[in-house]
Design a protein around this ligand. Structure first.
Ligand code: MF3
Ligand code: CO
Length: 258
């Protein structure tokens, strides 16, 4: 598949898909409480997505059995919601979700600390989020894709964190995963030239310890090999002539200048 450039009409639909997903994340973040199961988070997430007239894009994607990926502590991504998995005070909970609005996708992830978390955990979440913003400073038409990758990786590695290499960000649009692949670490090649109308899902996944990951027997859940804590931050963005437009932020996140 080649890299697609979106028309003004497609961009409008992706903006709407993005706004809706931002609200879903906001509501899920408010709902997260100790004692809740990861299954309940998925149920609430799917309900919210459908209440906005959207479809959950992850459900049945390559056989994934839920609408929200819920990954706890050492789980990096693609945790499968489970009635028996109960969220506890001190946990790190990464929520990854995607919606389809009138045929167009948005994709975003947030990591939440539950109640009191350690300072190490707080810094990991903050740095993972910041690495995304370091990366998208280069997400401008005329630049090359891997300038984004380099900036994310260099920033996160400067803290001694393990930047996950086995999973990448991606183009997004009429499909959840489109070209190009977007690595989160330094590349030898410069990557494609960025053009206005490209829409990208940029998603650093950062571990407190080793960058190495393993897949569990459920064939989905990715965990850090040393079982160290992991954080994830993802937004869908639009390349413009100037600063990129982040499609998956809430009004209040935009107002806060995140
Ligand atoms: N944000 C993840 C990704 O871009 C979500 C995919 S999970 C799946 O790969 F369940 F849909 F596979
Ligand atoms: Co994604």
């Amino acid at each position: 598949m080649s890299v697609t450039m979106k028309s003004p009409r497609e961009i409008e639909l992706m903006r709407e898909a993005g706004k809706i997903l931002a609200k879903v994340h906001e509501e899920l973040g408010k709902a997260l409480k100790p004692g809740m199961s990861t299954y309940e988070i998925d149920r609430l997430g799917e309900e919210l997505i459908r209440s906005f007239g959207c479809e959950p894009s992850f459900k049945n994607y390559n056989g994934y059995p839920a609408s929200i990926c819920v990954s706890v502590n050492e789980e990096v991504v693609h945790g499968i919601p489970d009635r028996r998995r109960i969220i506890e005070e001190g946990d790190l909970v990464s929520l990854d979700a995607g919606v389809i609005y009138k045929g167009y996708h948005s994709d975003a992830a947030r990591t939440h600390g539950i109640g009191e978390i350690t300072e190490d955990a707080r810094l990991l979440i903050e740095c993972t989020r910041q690495s995304f913003f370091e990366g998208i400073r280069y997400a401008v038409a005329g630049n090359h894709l891997h300038q984004i990758s380099n900036a994310i990786g260099t920033y996160a590695e400067s803290f001694g964190y393990g930047v996950v290499r086995d999973l990448c960000g991606h183009g997004i649009g009429a499909h959840l995963h489109e070209d190009p692949e977007i690595p989160n670490f330094r590349q030898l090649r410069r990557g494609i030239k960025l053009r206005p109308g490209m829409t990208l899902a940029i998603e650093p996944m950062i571990n407190l310890g080793t960058a190495d990951v393993v897949w569990l027997d459920d064939d989905w859940t990715v965990v850090s090999e040393d079982l160290s804590l992991s954080a994830h931050y993802e937004n869908t963005i639009l390349i413009t002539e100037g600063a990129p437009e982040i499609l998956t932020l809430t009004e209040s996140e935009i107002a806060a200048g995140v």
